[in-house]
Ligand binder design. Structure first.
Ligand code: BES
Ligand code: MN
Ligand code: MN
Length: 462
């Protein structure tokens, strides 16, 4: 593409500074305390899309946070790319584990990012990655090289389940009509091992509550004679996996897609070092379901994990008490064909059935979504592959990810379009964790690669 590298080199500082400004706004969708900041971020996205070259940008109100929609339609006979991203971020706590404040972005070098990385909440997930698309559009528009139509749909509730986006999509099929959906909200294997995400896991997220006696009790006077909700809850949770780390919920695996030996061998070709993996996490050994490799355990296999657990006394010193209640938040990552609502029901039935006498159990479903796999023999995948080949100098590896973007399956159902997941983050970028960061090299590489996707996709479509 004409002068792409020069354009990026020339505008690099501004590209970085604009992203840094966006990262200063704490758009935490989960916490109502940040409501005004989330709304301000939607406004900032609107401005960015207009400056990036969209002809019209609208802010659509929902029952939750607004959806920013922008478009540049150059010719209705040309293909249309729909870009999706999210401007909301995860909460930043535990704040004390950050080396620098989460909303005061700083650039620091790391072993994997020798050219520097921006440290801030949302740097990689997803403000940095969505902003690559805004800057790629700017380049194409400024240099008169936009080859097709483009629509942007940027939401503010991805991290809390995208419920309002689902309604918006169902009600705006015409407006959102497209030939391909393009998302940068995933990762790649390494900077010298480009990969394209071809699968996402589904999700079922539930909260459980175990109630015993009607009040907290003296653990000497009552201990041993009544069910302790915390003892019971931890025992129930422990029983959800057997000695092979298989999940024990009846029917849980019924619909799990079993990959053939050939397919597994194909996936195993992706470079992976168990030693590096363990070293990066400072763990002596990996852990998981028998019969599967680490890469399989975190992509093609379903899981059940406690995300949080609380109850009883956790203050200073010791308090001898049996709590009345105990709680946990549990996520199940699902694979294609497992229906998240069905799994939620299976969990609820199972969890209630294993409760001993003397306690009551309540299961409250939170949110969830379907998994997704995309075929690679499509124009969309081929165009993306060729784009990476052009800018990375090697063919990207198709890779199934363990993360979830539930709206992707819904896009396919409602809009009948495939999604291409061009993620430029690394697993080590600490998304959702303290010290989230995004490599400057990755940011600029994304801006460089995206225009080629537009070019090849348009060429291959005609
Ligand atoms: N961008 C992530 C998902 C992701 C990250 C997929 C890396 C693949 C690789 C997204 O913002 C996210 O965090 N999704 C949530 C699910 C959502 C319903 C809260 C997740 O995966 O936990
Ligand atoms: Mn994300
Ligand atoms: Mn996320």
């Amino acid at each position: 593409m004409n002068s792409l590298k020069e354009y990026i080199a020339q505008h690099k500082e501004r590209f970085l500074n604009e992203l840094i400004e966006l990262l200063k706004i704490p758009s935490v969708s989960a916490d109502p305390a940040f409501m005004q900041d989330v709304l301000n971020t939607a406004e900032a996205i609107k401005v960015a899309l207009l400056e990036g070259g969209c002809d019209t940008v609208e802010i659509h109100e929902t029952d939750g946070y607004p959806i920013v929609y922008g478009e540049k339609i150059i010719d209705s006979n040309l293909p249309t790319v729909l870009v999706y991203g999210h401007y909301d971020v995860q909460p930043s706590d535990p704040i004390e584990l950050w080396d620098s404040p989460p909303y005061e972005p700083v650039i620091k070098k790391t072993a994997l990012h020798p050219e520097g990385a921006i440290f801030a909440r949302g740097a990689c997930d997803d403000k940095g990655q969505l902003y690559m698309h805004v800057k790629a559009l700017e380049y194409m528009v400024q240099t008169n090289q936009l080859p097709c139509n483009v629509k942007f749909m940027i939401e503010g509730e991805e991290e809390i389940g995208s419920n309002n986006l689902a309604i918006y999509v169902a009600n705006n099929k015409e407006k959102l009509a497209n030939d391909i959906i393009l998302i940068s909200d995933t990762g790649m294997i390494a900077n010298d091992v480009p990969s394209i995400t071809t699968g996402l896991r589904g999700l079922s997220y539930v909260e459980v509550e175990v109630t015993g006696p009607n009040r907290d009790l003296h653990s000497g006077l009552y201990g041993g004679a009544v069910a302790n909700p915390i003892n019971v809850l931890t025992k129930m949770i422990a029983s959800l996996h057997d000695e092979n780390n298989h999940i024990t919920i009846l029917g849980f695996y019924d619909k799990v897609e079993n990959l053939s030996q050939e397919e597994r061998a194909e996936l195993a070709k992706a470079p992976f070092s168990l030693e590096n993996y363990k070293d990066a996490l400072k763990i002596g050994a990996v852990y998981g379901e028998s019969g599967y490799t680490t890469n399989e355990r975190n992509s093609i296999r379903p899981t059940l994990d406690v995300n949080g657990i609380w109850g009883g006394y956790i203050g200073e010193g010791a308090k001898t008490v049996i709590a009345s209640q105990a709680f946990a938040k549990i996520s199940m990552r699902l694979v294609p064909n497992q229906d998240w609502q069905e799994i939620t029901t299976l969990f609820k039935t199972h969890f209630e059935s294993i409760a001993p006498k003397g306690v009551t159990v309540k299961v409250t479903p939170h949110h969830g979504g379907q998994g997704y796999v995309t075929p690679i023999d499509t124009i969309g995948y081929q165009a993306a592959s060729k784009a990476y080949e052009t800018t990375f100098g090697k063919k990207p590896i198709p890779q199934r990810s363990g993360g979830s973007i539930p709206i992707v399956a819904l896009f396919e159902k409602e809009l009948q379009s495939k999604t291409i997941l061009m993620g430029f983050g690394l697993d080590s970028d600490a998304i959702h964790s303290p010290n989230e960061h995004f490599g400057i090299w990755n940011y600029l590489k994304g801006i460089e690669t995206i225009p080629y996707f537009y070019k090849y996709f348009t060429e291959m479509s005609s």
